[in-house]
Design a protein around this ligand. Structure first.
Ligand code: HEC
Ligand code: HEC
Ligand code: HEC
Ligand code: HEC
Ligand code: HEC
Ligand code: HEC
Ligand code: HEC
Ligand code: HEC
Ligand code: HEC
Ligand code: HEC
Length: 344
């Protein structure tokens, strides 16, 4: 069972489309049917007060009259799942040190009261399940987890791009299997979990220059909060620069001589994940600089005779090596009294 569930979201687009269809279908039936049922129930209620109440209750309660059975009952049929569940934090706390009545229900703390499910395992309304095949609405799945995990990092979950794209908690987590050292994730690492859907970022981290994510020195959550954030795209801090300063504190300054684009946004010159230019740069130098600086004052025309390598003369320092930075070396800003042009 585990093997099939892990392959489910390989193709992100397909996933998005099917989710959308599933959702629209649901949306329609959800708005129409309750209106009809409720209308009928109201009518009945006027005619036969008692019968009307029973009808209305049947319409509202999906898992009518279900009671908690305790985990022993579940495990007679689900021995394999019980084995997976054993090593998780959930199992240990719910079994050994439950903080409240809900946690004491163990399996049913997440899957809901199970008596109806045991009577008829094929009834999909009688259970909260977290696999996509089963069809429990995503909001209901998330609400179940959030009953215990509101707040903290998940302060901005509702309305976040992952929530609005219909991700459920169990797209990244497996609450009842220990596949990762920390965080009860679906895959062995944070990065692998994200890569199941974000293939483009996997490619970016394979470029010649990249943040040391593949080396395991950091992960996506050093910069992003997958549970939601007030800053696009799911950034952990209020601005891109604040994200970078967390580790590259020496760039924060203050500097006597600031270079405006550095102060504005590190992404003016760098990519965040990876680049085939040196040091995550977006464009090779001198073109990087020349996107903003014209040729006036000291032209940077490169390939005239006497300047290029092919010309036979000494190669021009504006072209070679660090290019403009052979002279303007302190490009992130300078604290030297004579550093106004970032030469020191
Ligand atoms: C009599 C045997 C039996 C017992 C007892 C039982 N189940 Fe099941 N359960 C099944 C069967 C069979 C299915 C598969 C139904 C299907 O695929 O239509 C199932 C499916 C499930 C699923 C859904 C898996 C999916 O595909 O998403 C969950 C979750 C689950 N059971 C949890 C529980 C819990 C929690 C309990 C205890 C309250 C429990 N079961 C007790 C037989 C049982
Ligand atoms: C912390 C919440 C939580 C608890 C407690 C929990 N489960 Fe689950 N269960 C899940 C999630 C999440 C999944 C979906 C895993 C996945 O994505 O494959 C799941 C999946 C399942 C499935 C379907 C497995 C599959 O891959 O098709 C069964 C059956 C099941 N649980 C039974 C149980 C039983 C039995 C217990 C108690 C021993 C239990 N669960 C306790 C959250 C929980
Ligand atoms: C897009 C992927 C993703 C989704 C969706 C997601 N999470 Fe997480 N979650 C993570 C990652 C990654 C971590 C970090 C794990 C670590 O630091 O080892 C994490 C950490 C956690 C933690 C432990 C740290 C803490 O904040 O206490 C909890 C609890 C948690 N998530 C609950 C949830 C719940 C509840 C939902 C659904 C509302 C959810 N997550 C949805 C990826 C996700
Ligand atoms: C009945 C309460 C309850 C429910 C429901 C519940 N959890 Fe938990 N969860 C806990 C407790 C208790 C812990 C362990 C202590 C802690 O970290 O807060 C925990 C821990 C976690 C962790 C952190 C593990 C770590 O390494 O720190 C994650 C992730 C998590 N749960 C995800 C989920 C997801 C996803 C769901 C829904 C499928 C869920 N939980 C449902 C109570 C619950
Ligand atoms: C189940 C698939 C899935 C998983 C797993 C997943 N994401 Fe996403 N993520 C999406 C979708 C869908 C979007 C919506 C935008 C899009 O289509 O790229 C998105 C959007 C984002 C965005 C915002 C992009 C923007 O333009 O605003 C970031 C950042 C992001 N994800 C980071 C992560 C991180 C970090 C992880 C791992 C902890 C992760 N995602 C895991 C599906 C996923
Ligand atoms: C060093 C910090 C950092 C790390 C590590 C990081 N990101 Fe990002 N990511 C960013 C920044 C900053 C942006 C915004 C770029 C912009 O504004 O142009 C971004 C943008 C994104 C986007 C939006 C689309 C795009 O490329 O602009 C997605 C999706 C994303 N990251 C996913 C991931 C995933 C998945 C991982 C882990 C494999 C990851 N990121 C690791 C900093 C990081
Ligand atoms: C969690 C810590 C962390 C964060 C946050 C972070 N970095 Fe880094 N960065 C590193 C580490 C570690 C290295 C590798 C240093 C080494 O190998 O000597 C690195 C390397 C770099 C390099 C040099 C890459 C190369 O090829 O030599 C650049 C450029 C860089 N980071 C820019 C940024 C930018 C821009 C941001 C903000 C989007 C950022 N960093 C956020 C830790 C971080
Ligand atoms: C105007 C373009 C530009 C902007 C904006 C910029 N950088 Fe850089 N950065 C460079 C260049 C060019 C290099 C290569 C330096 C070299 O070869 O000496 C570099 C190198 C780096 C390095 C690795 C080498 C080193 O000197 O430590 C880090 C880390 C770095 N930048 C972080 C940042 C951070 C953080 C920001 C945002 C606060 C930022 N950069 C904004 C142009 C820029
Ligand atoms: C995104 C646009 C941008 C990029 C890219 C950029 N700069 Fe700048 N640079 C500026 C702005 C804006 C100023 C401030 C001009 C002012 O104050 O009049 C500036 C100031 C300077 C100054 C000081 C000049 C003065 O008049 O005070 C030097 C020298 C300089 N940049 C060199 C470089 C070099 C070398 C690179 C490439 C590594 C580079 N810049 C990349 C926008 C940029
Ligand atoms: C051989 C050394 C050298 C190289 C290489 C070089 N510069 Fe300069 N640059 C200077 C000197 C010297 C000044 C004048 C400093 C002063 O007036 O204090 C200057 C001034 C500037 C100024 C300020 C102009 C103004 O109006 O005040 C900018 C902008 C600038 N350079 C950009 C660049 C760019 C872009 C490149 C690469 C295409 C580059 N420089 C390559 C030496 C160099």
């Amino acid at each position: 069972m585990i093997a099939t569930t892990q392959h489910r979201w390989c193709i992100k687009h397909e996933w998005n489309v099917s989710r959308h269809i599933e959702r629209t279908k649901k949306a329609h039936t959800m708005t129409i049917i309750p209106t009809i049922v409720l209308g009928a129930a109201l009518l009945l209620a006027q005619l036969f007060p008692l019968a009307g109440m029973a009808q209305a209750a049947a319409a509202a309660g999906e898992n009518q009259g279900a009671t908690y059975t305790g985990e022993k009952a579940c495990n007679t049929c689900h021995a394999l799942e019980n084995k997976h569940f054993g090593p998780t934090q959930h199992a240990r706390i719910f079994r050994l040190n439950p903080r409240n009545e809900l946690e004491r229900q163990v399996c049913e703390a997440c899957h809901g009261p199970g008596s109806n499910h045991i009577k008829n395992p094929a009834n999909r309304d009688a259970l909260i399940s977290f696999t996509r095949e089963w069809g429990t609405p995503v909001e209901k799945q998330s609400d179940t987890c959030m009953a215990c995990h509101k707040g903290g990092q998940r302060m901005h979950w509702s309305g976040s791009i992952h929530a609005t794209n219909k991700l459920s908690c169990s797209d990244c987590h497996n609450g009842m299997g220990k596949f990762s050292a920390n965080g009860l994730l679906k895959k062995a690492s944070i990065t692998e979990t994200c890569y199941t859907c974000h293939a483009q970022q996997r490619a970016e981290f394979r470029k010649r220059s990249h943040m040391p994510v593949p080396e395991g020195k950091m992960s996506c959550v050093d910069c992003h909060n997958p549970h939601g954030s007030t800053t696009r795209p799911l950034l952990k801090a209020d601005t891109v620069n604040e994200v970078c300063y967390a580790c590259h504190a020496e760039r924060r300054g203050p500097m006597l001589w600031e270079h405006a684009p550095v102060r504005e946004n590190c992404m003016n010159c760098h990519f965040p994940h990876g680049s085939n230019q040196a040091q995550l740069l977006q464009v090779a130098r001198p073109f990087l600089c020349q996107q903003c600086h014209g040729n006036t004052f000291h032209p940077s025309t490169m390939y005239n005779a006497g300047q290029s390598l092919g010309g036979g003369a000494v190669a021009n320092s504006r072209v070679l090596g660090r290019s403009c930075q052979n002279c303007h070396s302190a490009i992130h800003g300078s604290n030297h009294p004579a550093g106004a042009r970032f030469q020191r």
